[in-house]
Design a protein around this ligand. Structure first.
Ligand SMILES: O=C(O)CCC(=O)C(=O)O
Length: 283
């Protein structure tokens, strides 16, 4: 078990993460000077804590363009998951030409691959909407227990805000270092204490909350525990998640919406046009 208490994070008297340390989780997509050093520091930060915020992976105009496509997509497409937590559409890139350009964006994929440090391929994307005034928290969970994967050590999600996502609109919080916690059984998104019943020490870990402007992105490891609050505002929270996994990932035989209509046998590689390699994406 990873000793959460070993994390060197300092909080001020109000319990907020000291500004300098909060800033360490928050980098610009185009660092001004010393770009190489900044990129190395960001990578180190991601590997140590399991998440990172990158500002401005999309410009304001690009975010608005993809937001409009997401709104139109939702109007014409039933959701895979529509419950009190959120409205989820899986693999939008397969049926929407505009959102496909976001999912297959080579720049975002290249950042993910750099952070992961291994060759990656796309696992799936998802449009994640918390409707204004009508959503609940996505409770703390790890993603990896949901996936039918064998041999995936560095799965990573890019979560891109297509509208401003302040705390009140349902931005994400992360538990630093929790990606070191392996083999946690599957736990449900609507159970407040699901993860903490399985790994009690995580309940006492510091929580880092990262509000995003439209076009900002967080990257998190598939085992980093994370949470998103309810949307208490008058505007929908619209985000697109792009999930990558190790290029060498094999199918474990578990049930999942992405693989259920494929004739995969346990041990088969995840490959082919549904799971493109990051190295094949346009730069
Ligand atoms: O958008 C949310 O509410 C949760 C997203 C999430 O859990 C994820 O992208 O892994």
């Amino acid at each position: 078990m990873y000793p959460v208490s070993a994390l060197a994070l300092n909080f001020d008297s109000a319990g907020r993460l000291a500004e300098a340390e909060a800033a360490a989780f928050d980098v610009a997509a185009e660092p001004a000077g010393g770009a190489r050093d900044a990129a190395c520091a960001a990578t180190e930060q991601y590997r140590r804590y399991g998440f990172l915020k990158v500002r401005g992976v999309l410009s304001e105009q690009q975010a608005a363009y993809f937001r409009d496509a997401a709104v139109a997509f939702r109007e014409r497409t039933p959701s895979y998951r529509k419950d009190a937590i959120l409205d989820q559409h899986v693999n939008v890139w397969r049926s929407d030409d505009v959102l496909r350009r976001l999912t297959l964006n080579g720049r975002i994929a290249a950042i993910a691959q750099r952070l992961a440090g291994v060759a990656l391929r796309l696992w799936h994307d998802q449009l994640l909407v918390k409707t204004a005034g009508d959503s609940r928290a996505t409770e703390f969970h790890q993603d990896q227990p949901y996936w039918p994967h064998a041999g995936a050590s560095q799965p990573i999600t890019a979560w891109i805000a297509l509208v401003d996502v302040p705390v009140e609109r349902g931005c994400m919080s992360f538990l630093p270092g929790s990606h070191r916690q392996r083999d946690v059984p599957r736990h449900e998104l609507d159970q407040q204490c699901g993860l903490f019943e399985l790994v009690p020490e995580l309940e006492w870990a510091p929580r880092v909350t990262l509000p995003l402007r439209a076009g900002d992105c967080t990257f998190h490891h598939g085992r980093t525990a994370h949470f998103a609050g309810p949307n208490l505002t008058g505007e929908d929270r619209i985000a697109q998640g792009i999930i990558y996994t190790d290029a060498a990932t094999r199918f474990s035989g578990g049930r999942h919406v992405v693989t259920k209509s494929l004739e995969l046998q346990p041990g088969d590689p995840l490959e082919g046009e549904l799971f493109p390699l990051v190295s094949s994406l346009p730069g």
